[in-house]
Design a protein around this ligand. Structure first.
Ligand code: TYM
Length: 332
């Protein structure tokens, strides 16, 4: 059976893009794959300027949101990356195998580095650490959204290179597991929903907060008046219906939109109802966890212990195969 690993940055709230692209799939996969590992990747969240107190709070909130979204700590391991120092150790090893050009070609590096004056080397090395995250657990299946595909290609290259030099077949080549909602757009209908673009809808937001964002959301730009027929295939609100509404409602949306039966506001109200229905149990679980923080602490401690046990064994073997194990006098 394949081993599942995935990670999420604690760089803001868990939003519906993360949820539909990855975390909802994690919740399903934990039932079919024992001991899946889900990591709050805090070392990945320090490549830019940040406030330590804010990071501390966000790590907690992210862990809480994952449990609220349905990750069950008796089935899967949720842990903090910085609780397992082997991530950074393996990352260094992988930097020695990674061509600089491969890192400079990464789309996310090009995007992020173009926005800063002085580029921290950590931004360039980010995907190397990500390869280490995955390969440390010798995971072969990584449930992620579409934006992570290029990073996973690099992880596969790294596994191949290391295996060729130090141990054929040791690291599996990890494959992405994508969902039908692999790329959720922000409510501007233009760019990917993303923490850094500030166009997210949080999983724990209230109905009013969600409606305040959904009401002005961009729909089919050619539909100017309510009497104009709309084109669902170019409308981001319809894409969200596909994620949150049942097939009957989706068919009705197409019918009402293309015949100008509903206006966009009618369509958005139906969507709001279905988003709220899906998120309500998640909010309830989050409120329960707020009242019992020890459950989060215990789950993270257990998750960290389980992750360290696997990570330490991998590093023992990696060191041995690379000539970095216990030193001894030369044999005669
Ligand atoms: P991050 O924290 O940006 O996002 C976490 C997960 O959510 C998915 N996602 C989306 N899916 C669909 N539509 C969107 N708008 C959207 N926004 C985010 C991401 O694809 C991801 O699966 N580099 C990673 C974190 C990471 C990681 C890893 C992932 C570090 N090490 C090892 C997998 C394995 C990141 O920044 O994800």
């Amino acid at each position: 059976m394949s081993r599942i690993f995935s990670g999420i940055q604690p760089s803001g709230e868990l939003h519906i893009g993360n949820y539909l692209g990855a975390v909802k799939n994690w919740v399903q996969l934990q039932h079919t794959h024992d001991g899946a590992l889900f990591c709050v990747v805090d070392y990945h969240a320090i490549t830019g300027n940040y406030d330590p107190a804010v990071l501390r709070a966000r790590r907690w909130e992210m862990a809480k949101s994952l449990f609220a979204a349905g990750i069950d700590p008796t089935r899967a391991h949720v842990f903090l990356q910085s609780d397992v120092p082997e991530h950074t150790e393996l990352s260094w090893i992988f930097t020695t195998l990674t061509p600089l050009g491969d890192l400079e070609r990464q789309t996310q590096f090009k995007d992020k580095s173009s926005k800063v004056e002085s580029i921290p080397a950590g931004l360039l090395m980010y995907p190397v650490l990500q390869s280490a995250d995955i390969l440390l657990y010798r995971a072969d299946a990584v449930p992620v959204g579409e934006d992570q595909i290029q990073h996973l290609e690099l992880a596969r290259d790294t596994a191949r290179k290391w295996n060729a030099r130090f141990g054929e077949g040791y690291f599996p080549e990890p494959k992405p597991l994508l969902t039908p909602t692999r790329r959720i757009l922000g409510l501007d209908g233009q760019s990917k929903m993303s923490k850094s673009l500030g166009n997210t809808v949080g999983l724990l937001e209230t109905d009013d907060e969600i409606w305040a964002k959904l009401r002005p959301a961009v729909t089919d730009p050619q539909r100017v008046r309510k009497t104009d027929a709309g084109r669902p295939d170019v409308c981001n609100v319809y894409q969200l219906h596909k994620a949150f509404s049942d097939t009957e409602t989706q068919a009705n949306v197409v019918q009402q939109c293309t015949t100008a039966g509903w206006g966009c506001m009618d369509c958005k109200k139906v969507l709001l109802g279905n988003i709220v229905e899906e998120l309500t149990p998640i909010r309830h679980r989050a409120a329960m966890l707020d009242a019992e923080p020890a459950r989060i602490l215990d789950a993270l401690a257990d998750g960290g212990r389980a992750a360290r046990a696997i990570a330490q064994e991998t590093m023992r073997e990696v060191r041995e195969r690379m000539g970095l194990d216990a030193v001894h006098p030369p044999r005669a």
